[in-house]
Design a protein around this ligand. Structure first.
Ligand SMILES: Cc1cc2nc3c(=O)[nH]c(=O)nc-3n(C[C@H](O)[C@H](O)[C@H](O)COP(=O)(O)OP(=O)(O)OC[C@H]3O[C@@H](n4cnc5c(N)ncnc54)[C@H](O)[C@@H]3O)c2cc1C
Length: 240
């Protein structure tokens, strides 16, 4: 399939240094919640380093929406600074996915997401999609961030928890926060996991973290919690 043109519409700040970009959805663009695609800046936007004007980005919207969003952590890279200067009607290019982190089909198996920071992008799409489609999966999200100010989508997850009786949201913050109401303090650990998960063997696990963290979380699940390695699905955000 050829590249698809996407027309930029607007953007909004989600958390510290985290911006979500909204594009018009072309009629021929189909996708499944959790997929990531390759976004390429067009040549006329390229100001420097023409060798590498593409990044892999995950959809943060659901598959039934008229618009599509991507969210990213602003790192100061040339690519992201250029993305941040887009004007309405500017176009970027998007290509079909190479891989998917999509929700398993068997709703009798629970879904346990252990996510850090910007790794949340495919997950917001999957949990919204499960809620909108009344899927029966029991879903638990452990979402780790340094502070509340760094945590995107927290209001969305609180709202989703109210809408979806099968969804449990656990905020894990490594820095103490006076403004956060319910959260686990510290880093994601075996102890936090065991406080909430009583049936660990009837679940599919999803890890979506910048790469070094995926390895650490996989080790915690396999070595400390004796989770079957075959039940762990991962998305590694290389480049962070
Ligand atoms: C499956 C998957 C899903 C992802 N989803 C998201 C998402 O939803 N949101 C998000 O923010 N990020 C996502 N990422 C990570 C994203 O693709 C970027 O790597 C990340 O955002 C960092 O980009 P940067 O421009 O800030 O950093 P940079 O360091 O500028 O670039 C990141 C990577 O691009 C390559 N690169 C940069 N410049 C060059 C060059 N001149 N020549 C060759 N290679 C170069 C390098 O491999 C580098 O490690 C995802 C990654 C994967 C693999």
């Amino acid at each position: 399939m050829d590249k698809i043109d996407l027309e930029f519409v607007s953007k909004k700040t989600l958390a510290n240094d985290t911006i979500e970009f909204l594009f018009k959805r072309p009629s021929n663009l189909e996708f499944i919640a959790g997929q990531h695609w390759v976004l390429t800046l067009k040549k006329d936007l390229v100001k420097s380093d023409e060798r590498w004007n593409s990044r892999v980005l995950s959809f943060t919207t659901t598959s039934d929406n008229d618009f599509i969003w991507f969210a990213t952590r602003m790192t100061g890279s040339w690519f992201k600074e250029t993305l941040n200067t887009l004007n309405p009607w500017d176009k970027v290019e998007y290509e079909w996915p190479y891989w998917n982190l999509t929700l398993h089909k068997n709703s009798k198996k629970d879904a346990i997401f252990i996510i850090w920071w910007i790794g949340i992008t495919p997950v917001i799409s999957m949990i919204k999609d499960a809620t909108n489609n009344n899927l029966e999966h029991k879903i638990t999200l452990f979402f780790s961030n340094k502070s509340l100010e760094n945590a995107p989508y927290q209001d969305d997850f609180i709202e989703l928890e109210q809408k979806n009786k099968n969804f449990t949201f656990i905020q894990v913050l490594s820095h103490w926060s006076w403004s956060a109401k319910n959260f686990e303090s510290g880093r994601m650990s075996k102890e936090i996991f065991e406080k909430y998960i009583k049936n660990k063997d009837n679940a599919i696990y999803y890890l979506s973290w910048p790469s070094p963290m995926v390895k650490a979380m996989r080790e915690m699940l396999v070595n400390n919690l004796e989770i079957d390695e075959d039940t762990i699905k991962t998305e590694e955000f290389s480049g962070y």
